[in-house]
Ligand binder design. Structure first.
Ligand SMILES: *Cc1c(COP(=O)(O)O)cnc(C)c1O
Length: 245
């Protein structure tokens, strides 16, 4: 292991932040199983190692090369989640780069699913869990399958049923800033994702997981059925700008 250790003070801070969020997750989950994915993008491997030593095993990353680099130097029983925007051209690297890649949560087209599937198959690595990203807010700047074209989602689900390298675990959304910060009661984006789950569960006799909720809205997301929340800032603190911008 070549990763430098975090300072004792930093390790204690991370553990305390994580425990606080974990407690909030449990309070909202009311006995349901809800996973807390620690989103470590742009944070040093030493931070991840500190939380690993605290018992955390699920980490989320947004950039393919950064995640591969970290996965190579960190313990092999970490469950990595890729949660960043995925370009077609990166599917191959993602599929073959990390043996212990647990999930890719941001697939938004059948074309990318096929590319990732082929890469994983050729690399002869263990299967990856897949979440289809859904653009529940219909914002043009957001990635994800459109809810206006369910056929495209069905086609992908049907393709995944036949795959040996990719396993459909759930659906994911980011949700709009407006919904996340409104106090008008339920978050409509989360409600749309929960509705889609219900529909897919019935159509395909499955029980899909729901990945929704971040630092600002994970409690609301759990109340609306989320089974996997992705929390970065509240655990690691504010992120540095990417590439020094
Ligand atoms: C960065 C990121 C998160 C974590 O966001 P925070 O607000 O820092 O908790 C969660 N999900 C996705 C898709 C992200 O890109």
């Amino acid at each position: 292991m070549t990763v430098e250790k975090a300072l004792a003070e930093r390790s204690a801070e991370l553990a305390s932040n994580y425990d606080k969020i974990w407690q909030q997750v449990q309070n909202k989950a009311k006995g349901r199983q809800v996973r807390l994915v620690a989103v470590s993008k742009l944070k040093p491997a030493s931070d991840i190692l500190a939380l690993y030593e605290h018992g955390v095993r699920h980490f989320g990353e947004n950039y393919v090369q950064e995640m591969i680099g970290k996965a190579n130097e960190l313990p092999k029983d970490i469950n990595w989640h890729f949660i960043g925007g995925l370009q077609s051209g990166k599917c191959k690297d993602l599929g073959k780069g990390i043996e212990n890649l647990y999930a890719v949560e941001t697939l938004d087209s059948l074309k990318k699913v096929k590319k990732l599937d082929n890469a994983r198959q050729n690399a002869k690595l263990p299967p990856i869990n897949i979440y289809l990203q859904i653009n529940t807010s219909s914002e043009s700047q957001k990635a994800g399958y459109s809810l206006d074209n369910l056929e495209e989602i069905y086609e992908t689900v049907e393709y995944l049923k036949q795959s040996e390298s990719l396993k459909l675990e759930g659906i994911m959304t980011i949700g709009s800033f407006a919904e996340s910060t409104s106090d008008a009661g339920i978050n409509q984006d989360f409600a749309r994702l929960a509705d889609l789950k219900k529909q897919l569960d019935e159509k395909y006799s499955v029980d899909l997981q729901l990945s929704m909720g971040m630092s600002s809205d994970f409690e609301a997301a759990i109340e609306q059925g989320s089974s996997s929340v992705r929390v970065g800032t509240s655990i690691f603190g504010a992120r540095p700008p990417r590439n020094g911008h």
